[in-house]
Design a binder for this molecule. Structure first.
Ligand code: ZN
Length: 308
């Protein structure tokens, strides 16, 4: 059986000509293909796997997961799954519900989706001075920024500068300025699934799981911070949807993105299973060996899964 990870699933929006997303038409084609090949893991089969390590009778069955609770998960994905009688697992970062502010990782997506890459990079580069780069990353920053540019720098360099190089304490302010300069509004309510919509999805049989409060690279945080990211996220989700089987998806994913303290925090919070990003199928042994970092494929590894 295999778990598939999705992010944005929607239609083209002329206001965001550079936005990367899976077109809903391709999502439907991919679901059609999965349905033909082996179908989908039912909730009963999944519970059976968790409780006893039993695998579904048909080997290629698919379980669908959706990260970051973007509004299209309610407007596009949820109706599509409901029409097909399917269920999905939706992983939610809760800071936007507590603060009314979008997460920086998503504000960067909006900037890159709206503004042409070269122009965005030039403005970002002008705003980020070297003293905003921590000493440990400064040599690499200089090398990448001043020497090794062969073609016109664009979206990749913007993301690397804002996600990786810049000091976390400077990031939000730079993004605020870029939003003002390019007229990009960061509207929390239209960007994410709302609490009422999450409740509706849960009531209709969708599973809602935790994806931390603020979507950090957890392995960069100390154990107490990690406990807060996970514990506070579940507290918020419990208040919205009520409590049930607890599950979690590691932000960003990959074995570098979490550590032993993350796994301890998951156990302390009674998490039954969690998804990593690792391109292999789930096998019976994972129930005992990898229950808190189950492998999950990106949808773009399968036909029709490439971003527009
Ligand atoms: Zn995420």
């Amino acid at each position: 059986m295999r778990a598939i990870m999705y992010h944005y699933v929607r239609e083209f929006d002329p206001a965001r000509p550079h936005f990367r997303f899976l077109n809903i038409a391709n999502f439907r084609r991919q679901l059609d293909l999965f349905a033909q090949e082996g179908g989908f893991v039912t909730r009963a089969e999944w519970d059976d796997f968790l409780a006893h390590g039993r695998m579904p009778d048909i080997p290629g069955k698919v379980i669908l997961t959706f990260d970051d609770a973007m509004s299209c998960h309610y407007t596009h994905v949820f109706p599509e799954l409901a029409a097909r009688g399917l269920w999905g697992l939706f992983y939610v970062s809760t800071q936007p519900y507590a603060t009314g502010r979008m997460l920086d990782v998503h504000r960067i997506h909006l900037l890159c989706g709206t503004v042409e890459g070269t122009e965005l990079y030039a403005r970002t580069r002008a705003l980020v001075s070297e003293d905003m780069i921590p000493h440990a990353r400064r040599a690499a920053f200089r090398q990448e920024t001043y020497t090794s540019q062969t073609n016109r720098p664009g979206v990749t360099e913007v993301k690397r500068l804002l996600n990786y190089f810049i000091d976390e304490n400077c990031r939000s302010q730079v993004i605020d300025t870029l939003g003002r300069d390019f007229g990009v509004a960061f509207d929390c309510n239209s960007f994410y699934v709302t609490p009422d919509q999450l409740r509706e999805m849960a009531a209709a049989g969708m599973a809602i799981g935790a994806h931390t409060v603020s979507h950090p690279v957890m392995s960069k945080l100390d154990p107490a911070q990690q406990q807060r990211e996970i514990g506070d996220c579940f507290a918020c989700l419990d208040a919205i949807c009520g409590s049930g089987t607890r599950s979690y998806a590691h932000p960003y994913g990959g074995f570098h993105s979490f550590d032993a303290a993350t796994l301890k925090a998951l156990r302390d919070n009674g998490v039954a299973f969690a998804f990593n990003v690792e391109p292999r199928d789930i096998c019976a042994a994972d129930r005992d060996k990898a229950q808190l970092f189950l492998p999950r494929h990106d949808c773009n590894l399968f036909p029709h899964g490439a971003a527009d």
